[in-house]
Ligand binder design. Structure first.
Ligand SMILES: Nc1ncnc2c1ncn2[C@@H]1O[C@H](COP(=O)(O)OP(=O)(O)O)[C@@H](O)[C@H]1O
Ligand SMILES: [Mg+2]
Length: 272
């Protein structure tokens, strides 16, 4: 009898822990754009549910137009969903948006920097906007610039930066307030292979800080190198989710690229 009671307690505790462990929860999310003149509808996100564990690097993988950016933008509070719910660290995206904004760092698809400021000035400005203490800004800024190999160029105006450097700068800005959750929308676009690898190492190192990372990409290699789990999205629908290894096994494929090529572009739902 006592044993059963203890077991129940344990189960309840486990269930509670499993729930608490969720950094992100997305429930039947939908975003439909309606053109009032043509009555045309675009189902950018078409009933998607998934969750992301704390400390996980989670990839939204999918072809162009699949709905990846729309999901990120909804989770960051930049756009509101047509239907469904989502929670960031247990906070509802509509009701508790102010709290969510304190917990997230965002690297948007279109880099957001001031061209006429240098890298340090951009980072400092962003840190001050987040009310980060000056010594913390300096400590983090120098560490991140160094890790990403941007220290030397950090006094040049951002307008002279390459596309890859701008994205790296955006990544540092997104981390300056030490957020527990980081959204990266195509973080390595425009980077040469060497800079891309440096950036992958940097993103991987965020695991030691227990930061949850949600990133979008259509580079399969990037997803394989970085992500603990991936969700493959196509035509606004979730068509597969799991670790890269699980998906390769499930779809009897050689690698994740073969999975991706086999299951995207077909407007079908498979397997779950
Ligand atoms: N403001 C908008 N108005 C109408 N359609 C949009 C708008 N934003 C995105 N879409 C459409 O929603 C779909 C998903 O877009 P998006 O989320 O940007 O895809 P991804 O990031 O995967 O490339 C695309 O078909 C896109 O054209
Ligand atoms: Mg996008």
């Amino acid at each position: 009898m006592i044993k059963t009671k203890n077991l129940n307690l344990l189960n309840n505790k486990n269930i509670q822990e499993a729930y608490n462990n969720k950094a992100i929860e997305v429930l039947n999310l939908r975003k439909i754009y309606r053109n009032k003149k043509t009555i045309e509808e675009v189902k950018a996100v078409d009933g998607i549910s998934f969750s992301v564990k704390q400390g996980e690097i989670f990839g939204l993988l999918g072809p162009n137009g699949a709905g990846k950016t729309t999901i990120i933008n909804i989770l960051c509070g930049l756009i509101s969903p047509t239907e469904g719910d989502a929670y960031v660290e247990g906070h509802h995206i509509k009701k508790d948006l102010k709290k969510i904004k304190e917990l997230i760092g965002v690297c948007p698809q279109q880099a957001a920097i001031y061209q006429y400021l240098n890298a340090k000035e951009n980072i400092e400005l962003f840190g001050k906007l987040h009310l980060v203490k000056k010594e913390d800004i300096n400590k983090r800024m120098n560490m991140f610039l160094n890790l990403l190999g941007l220290s030397e160029s950090s006094k040049r105006k951002a307008k002279h930066y390459s596309g890859g450097m701008i994205r790296q700068l955006n990544l540092i800005m997104a981390l300056i307030n030490d957020p527990p959750i980081l959204f990266l929308d195509e973080p390595t676009i425009g980077m040469d292979p060497r800079v891309r690898r440096t950036t992958w190492n940097f993103i991987n190192s965020l695991k030691q800080k227990d930061i949850t990372v949600i990133l979008t990409t259509h580079y399969i290699e990037e997803a394989e190198s970085l992500c603990d789990r991936v969700a493959i999205i196509d035509f606004g629908k979730l068509i597969a989710i799991g670790t890269p290894k699980e998906l390769v096994e499930k779809y009897h494929s050689e690698d994740l690229e073969e999975v991706f090529l086999n299951i995207t572009g077909r407007r079908i739902l498979e397997g779950f």
